[in-house]
Design a protein. Structure first.
Length: 535
């Protein structure tokens, strides 16, 4: 059967390469179990679903669990036995299929072929060969057969089987040819049908020669034909097409400034996006630093690190801006984080946080909700409370917090386990270490300014937007003249300051002659009680 299959395969243009089989500790006729096929198919469901190992029992085996398999990845030498067969009995001649996904393999090999395996076993994640990895077969923890070379990465070697297969015929290994299963729905659509599978009388597939997925092997059209859709298939290109299935020639566009005299010239751009800047005065400065955070949060690590920005004006594409952290006074590290391509509005608060989840919990949800945009920061946002921060626009520094050439420890701008926050253009600071040992910002002695305010509605400075009380609640105290008959009466005053002015003469009081009482509230009260007419 194998020779006839090979003849068929050779007619299909399959290059068959022979290599001597290598045995360790046993000759060909003396082992009861042997490797028969190594599979690294590209199946429609993707991932590792196309990985499998095919074995054949040469004799009856009462307990298969004395055998096992190991994958020697990337030429790094043996990893030992990584898979142990279950305790089952197998008969001489039985085909055993050890696969990562039974469903994917039955679909790809087609049911008629899949049914020819007497035993199909779950291969687990240890069956992880990538087409360039050697395979070891073990008996009682001793290697009895090896496919490939455990100390060599198989890429480009004669036993390379990436996206393909290796199959043993008359004691020698044959190969399907690398990448021969790519873009196929089943093994018979490929140019390398798996040799164990008998060629069916009817091979389903697309028989339209003009279709994208035309299958020269197909004998019965299965309605799967797809039209050729030409487009850019480079994922990094600005005009990448998800619908295209055929790559165009030189159609991929990479937008940017293509004028090499511009400050922001992009050597990788091949399509000008009219973003060229020739003078720094053309920068928008539409984004500014608002707060720098180095909180000590319950989850620890870097979860409390964040940077707060405010959009000064509407920004159509935030990706023009970026951030860098100048660690330990070592000078600029350049732009280390680039914002995503998104639009923001003037006045929007933007939080760039290492852990949005930790920040939502620590700032309290109502304060966290004050940010119109919350973005997950990369590990480059690594400030430790003594590090300067640089804000970039199209690669140019437009604002700096701290001093990039100075370690901030002990400096006026030290914000270790605390924060820095801009008020009316000036930086203010929480006390160093003020967030240590706290569960939320409300527990700290340094409430983050965006969150804090007076939350008691019975005080004059009650802040409806405040989510955390910062201890600033105070009764309203207004000093002024509280006497209604006075010429300078102040209806808003709550405390009299002795400033009331009243025109009166003490002669109407007879012997009472004390100039010090003129115009005072006490005297006016006296006059009103006794009905004195001093008009």
């Amino acid at each position: 059967m194998y020779s006839s299959l090979l003849q068929i395969n050779s007619l299909r243009g399959i290059a068959v390469v022979f290599a001597a089989i290598v045995f360790h500790g046993a000759a060909m006729g003396q082992t009861d179990l042997m490797l028969q096929g190594i599979l690294d198919f590209t199946v429609p469901s993707g991932g590792s679903n196309g990985k499998a190992i095919h074995l054949v029992a040469n004799s009856d085996i009462a307990d298969l669990s004395v055998y096992g398999v190991g994958v020697a990845n990337n030429g790094g030498g043996t990893d030992g036995q990584e898979y142990t067969f279950p305790a089952i009995a197998v008969a001489a001649g039985d085909n055993i299929f050890l696969a990562r996904s039974m469903e994917a393999m039955e679909s790809y090999l087609l049911t008629d072929c899949f049914a020819t395996f007497e035993h199909t076993l779950d291969g687990t994640s240890s069956i992880s060969q990538n087409g360039d990895d050697a395979i070891e077969l073990f008996l009682n923890d001793e290697v009895i057969e090896t496919f490939g070379d455990i100390d060599t990465d198989g890429t480009g070697e004669e036993w390379d089987y990436v996206d393909s297969w290796a199959f043993k015929v008359d004691g020698a290994w044959t190969y399907g040819g690398t990448n021969c299963t790519d873009g196929t729905a089943n093994t018979f659509e490929s140019d390398c049908p798996y040799p164990h599978c008998a060629i069916p009388e009817e091979i389903p597939g697309c028989t339209d020669e003009t279709a994208f997925n035309y299958n020269a092997n197909a004998t019965a059209d299965d309605g799967s034909c797809e039209a050729v859709l030409v487009g850019c298939l480079d994922f990094d290109a600005d005009n990448y097409s998800e619908e295209a299935n055929t790559s165009c020639e030189d159609c991929c566009e990479f937008l940017g400034c293509t004028d090499d005299t511009a400050l922001n010239y992009d050597a990788e751009a091949n399509a000008d996006d009219e973003s060229c800047i020739f003078d720094t005065s053309e920068l928008s400065n539409a984004l500014m630093l608002q707060g720098i955070m180095d909180f000590t949060v319950p989850s620890g690590g870097s979860d409390g690190k964040a940077i707060h920005f405010v959009a000064v004006n509407d920004i159509a594409d935030l990706s023009a801006f970026g951030v860098g952290v100048a660690n330990n006074g070592g000078g600029t590290d350049g732009q280390e984080y680039s914002f995503p391509a998104m639009a923001v509005s003037a006045g929007d608060d933007i939080l760039l946080a290492r852990s949005p989840e930790a920040m939502e919990s620590y700032l309290v949800t109502s304060c966290y909700g004050s940010f119109e945009h919350v973005l997950t920061a990369s590990s480059s946002i690594s400030q430790n409370g003594d590090d300067a921060i640089e804000l970039f626009e199209v690669g140019f520094v437009i604002e700096t917090f701290g001093d990039i050439d100075v370690d901030g420890s002990g400096e006026a701008w030290d914000y270790l386990d605390s924060w820095a926050y801009k008020v009316s253009g000036e930086w203010t600071y929480g006390e160093v270490n003020c967030t240590d040992g706290t569960e939320t910002i409300a527990d700290a002695t340094c409430v983050y300014p965006l969150c804090g305010g007076c939350t008691d509605p019975f005080f004059f400075n009650y802040d409806l937007m405040a989510s955390v009380d910062d201890g600033s609640c105070a009764d309203m105290v207004m000093f002024g003249c509280t006497y209604e008959e006075a010429s300078n009466y102040d209806s808003a005053a709550t405390n009299d300051d002795g400033s009331c002015e009243v025109e009166t003469s003490l002669s109407c009081l007879g012997d009472l002659d004390d100039d010090s009482l003129v115009g005072t509230p006490d005297l006016l009260f006296f006059l009103s009680v006794f009905g004195a007419d001093c008009n």
